[in-house]
Ligand binder design. Structure first.
Ligand code: SPV
Ligand code: MN
Length: 677
């Protein structure tokens, strides 16, 4: 008997059932046509009738047989249309479709060096990349959501009319890859073969961007095989644009535009990782929206294992704005690391579980030294795959950075070109030897303390969530919230931080930063808070929530803590999660007793923690706390139309408690006077 299914010719290693294939293509196309009317002529590849014909024809013309077969082995019409559209738009001369193989990864690494985007350093596996002088951080001003007519993301999110924005960025991308090779690379957000996994395709003309991604993300080519023709994946199209001395030249035409309807991000005329590495902050924006519709959470958080007594491990997730101690908390000595930047959370059987979205670290290098960050320092100074960016190179191709310990050379090469001490940049500012946002990129598997459960598809159970910012005068070093709701509202949703060099703009300005995720939110702020509040519903023992503050100062502006003290705050929190120690009740939460901290300081750091230290650091500053509530509430009232009422009620209760305490104790409450919880 002749089967009614028609077998169409073999494409790569796949045989496709033509009936299903056609039906799926048509379904897909219907979706594309309705959600993306914008990509009508001149972007005709998005039109239904062309998917089967023009796309395949164009791909066949432009790709070598090997690359064509690699792409077609992924039987996904939406993917094929994306690649074809990118070729047509950017005018790429050739296309390299990368699989997960070691050979393909090695090719990308070689290309980064051959194209001059990376310089080989004097330790095996180490390279250095420079971004342009004006391309040293995430550029919030030119990062925008493409907003379809009639939708509203609230006043706090930067957006542009979708039609106008898409036309603008597509015209900027037009022809930019002429004479260049386009890289088509596949990765997976989260562990592979997991409920958390999100397959992604990155198109870029920058092997540096591709190289970073091979370090930072799990491979995804095989994941694309598995999802077959599903349209459920993220897409990133990046071009570094015209180059001058291997850096993006047209900084005034830098744009990062995010299309939430299409789960796609465009990025152009920039190289800095936070603007270009699709799976990092660009995908976080897409994931926050996806999570919101599907009932999970995408957070700007590390995940680490805090080691308690008798080999116990309690997993912590922590949100800090950039450059506020997040990475160094995630790799505290004696603890285990799962991830340092982005986590996804899901509920399973009444338990909150988290994964690291990444498998590498793109961390700030300033102040990494053997004393404060021994693990990372060790990984940065021995052979292994590391990309340094925007550090200072000496004449022997050795990297140097601010706060590394030894005195820095007085000349070398850095992001400003040939550098010497006292050099002024084109903006008239003195150029520091390495940029304050200079970074390293490496595999977590190269760290001695990688947690063995790092790649587990179901993630780890979260015992505690912590929120921290750069706060010189208000929060105590560590405090537990009374419960999940208070924690989300008075800790996460009240987070403020003094700005740093991780984004362009002035430093040291106190800014509101909701759960340290504000830069990446793609849904109205009130909805995001509500999602977090409701996430504890149905969870038997929600994680405890803590605030931490590593940056508290005295009246003379001197820091009250050393960098190493954070280990003690985390280990105290670990004891709290497991019910091992009692605390003291403040108007805003529960703080440690002196004796418990003194024991931890002695045992873990070999240091004294005197009663005077304790009183200085844990005195509750009532006026500052009240002022903070006023500042933050004003923002919600004026800027966040959909603020949930429970936030105002919780603020009112906290205010009442603070005022009552002020009447009893005065403006500053010594912890010695506080009652047990
Ligand atoms: C951050 O700034 O939060 C980072 C680095 O993790 S970036 O890639 O710029 O987002
Ligand atoms: Mn980050």
């Amino acid at each position: 008997m002749i089967s009614s299914a028609i077998i169409i010719p073999k494409i790569g290693q796949f045989e496709l059932n033509n009936n299903n294939f056609t039906k799926n293509v048509l379904d897909r196309c219907k979706a594309d046509v309705t959600i993306s009317p914008l990509y009508q002529p001149p972007h005709s590849l998005w039109r239904c009738k062309t998917v089967m014909g023009d796309v395949t024809k164009l791909l066949k013309q432009k790709l070598t047989a090997e690359n064509y077969n690699r792409l077609m082995a992924l039987a996904n019409p939406k993917l094929h249309a994306f690649v074809a559209d990118a070729i047509e738009l950017t005018g790429a001369e050739s296309v390299c479709v990368c699989t997960d193989s070691q050979e393909d990864r090695a090719y990308i690494r070689r290309q980064a060096i051959e194209k001059g985007e990376e310089i080989a350093l004097n330790i095996k596996g180490h390279t250095c990349h420079f971004d342009g002088y004006y391309d040293q951080g995430r550029d919030k001003g030119v990062t925008k959501y493409l907003l379809p007519a009639g939708s509203d993301l609230g006043a706090s999110l930067n957006s542009i009319d979708k039609q106008k924005g898409a036309e603008e960025i597509r015209s900027l991308l037009k022809g930019l890859m002429a004479g260049r090779e386009m890289l088509v690379m596949f990765f997976c957000l989260g562990p592979v073969d997991s409920e958390f996994s999100i397959p992604c395709v990155q198109i870029t003309d920058s092997p540096y961007v591709g190289h970073n991604e091979t370090i930072l993300y799990r491979p995804g080519y095989e994941q694309f095989r598995k999802i077959s023709d599903s349209p459920d994946f993220f897409r990133f199209l990046h071009s570094e644009g015209e180059l001058e001395g291997a850096v993006s030249k047209n900084v005034d035409k830098k744009r990062i535009y995010i299309d939430l309807e299409e789960n796609m991000v465009y990025s152009v005329n920039t190289q800095y990782g936070g603007n270009t590495i699709g799976l990092k902050k660009l995908s976080l924006r897409l994931a926050i929206q996806k999570a919101s519709t599907e009932g999970w959470l995408a957070e700007h958080m590390f995940v680490m294992g805090a080691c308690g007594p008798a080999g116990r491990i309690t997993y912590f997730a922590g949100a800090f704005p950039s450059a506020c101690g997040k990475t160094s908390t995630s790799m505290l000595p004696g603890q285990t690391i799962i991830g340092d930047d982005i986590a996804y959370f899901r509920k399973k059987d009444g338990v909150m579980r988290a994964v690291n979205v990444e498998k590498g670290i793109f961390g700030i290098i300033q102040d990494v030294n053997p004393h404060d960050d021994p693990i990372i320092h060790e990984a940065l100074t021995r052979p292994g795959e590391v990309i340094f960016s925007n550090v200072l190179l000496d004449g022997e191709n050795r990297p140097h950075w601010l706060g590394m310990g030894p005195e820095l050379p007085s000349e070398g090469i850095n992001h400003s070109g040939q550098w010497h001490k006292g050099k002024q940049g084109p903006d008239g500012n003195e150029v520091t030897p390495s940029h304050k946002n200079a970074r390293y990129c490496l595999n977590i598997s190269d760290l001695k303390n990688m947690d063995p459960r790092m790649d587990e598809p179901e993630g780890v159970e979260v015992g505690a969530v912590i929120y921290g910012g750069r706060d010189s005068d208000t929060w105590v070093p560590v405090e537990q919230a009374f419960n999940w709701t208070e924690g989300i509202i008075l800790k996460g949703a009240s987070l403020e931080s003094e700005t740093t060099a991780a984004t362009l703009g002035s430093e040291g300005v106190r800014t509101f930063n909701l759960m340290s995720n504000l830069d990446f939110l793609s849904i109205p702020l009130g909805r995001y808070i509500r999602n977090n509040l409701e996430f504890a519903d149905g969870v038997e023992n929600p994680p405890l929530i803590f605030s931490v503050n590593y940056f508290l100062k005295d009246k003379n502006g001197k820091y009250l803590n050393t960098m190493r003290d954070k280990l003690v705050w985390i280990l105290w929190a670990e004891l709290r999660v497991n019910g091992d120690v009692e605390g003291l009740r403040t108007p805003t939460g529960i703080i440690p007793k002196h004796e418990d901290l003194a024991k931890l300081f002695k045992k873990k750091l070999g240091a004294e923690f005197t009663r005077a230290d304790y009183i200085r650091q844990f005195t509750i500053r009532i006026r500052e706390n009240l002022a903070k509530l006023d500042r933050v509430e004003k923002i919600y009232k004026e800027k966040v139309a959909d603020t949930p009422n429970i936030l105002y009620r919780t603020f009112a209760e906290a205010r009442k408690r603070l005022k009552a305490a002020a009447e009893e104790y005065g403006d500053n409450i010594s912890p010695i006077d506080l009652p047990a919880e």
